[in-house]
Design a protein around this ligand. Sequence first.
Ligand SMILES: [Zn+2]
Length: 246
Amino acid sequence: MRKREKLAIIREHYPTAVTVIDSVNELIDFVEEVLDLEPSQIMMADSICSDDVNSIQYPVRAQEFLGPFKMGGLDGYPFTGLTGMSAFASHVPDEGAVYIYYGPHIGISKSGTVGEIQRYGQSKHTDCCGATKGALRKLLSNDIIPGTVNDMDYQMNTIEQILFEQRERITEARIPLLEATEVIYESIDQRIEELVSRTDYHSKYVILQGGILINSDIDMGSFTALKRFDVINLHTKERKSWLNIR
Ligand SMILES: [Zn+2]
């Protein structure tokens, strides 16, 4: 299948999606040409789902950055919190930058089915994101008890509570899983902002890229639909969005 055919399937639901490979290549160009930094001056952190597919499909050129520091747990929520954020913030080269990629993920199969992918060595499709689909099933069957977060399944219960807070919006949507994924994105985005505002950085820039990470079948690869691409200059405190500029 050609790249444009793959993109056409993903863009049915995410019109701005590009391949993760293209997105990383563009970011490296941006770092070199606009920020005048080397990739080795960038400390990367990601807040994406712990799902093994995200390790299998991790873009090779991301290795040109330092890191990654792993902030995310189930469906990419930044469960490492303030301690995680301040840990890697203190590992950044002095004149370098912190780069954080964050967001929930969702599967879209080659046949266009939302919430499923075909994984290595398997003939059947499986859930993606399994955690969010599980939480959505509980929401739709009225099995989420507000305020209940248990030690044994802390991350999953947190995802359930995030969905419960927006239950009407999700259950009334045409494709509830797409809406649930938007809800989780907003929750992650808000939490990242809070964490960034409460962290001391000793570098020159903080680069924030937030969006929906879209996984697909083994021979399709992964895609990203960015919703935020902000650069904060820590010396001048200036913040600029580059989302639609390049
Ligand atoms: Zn997941």
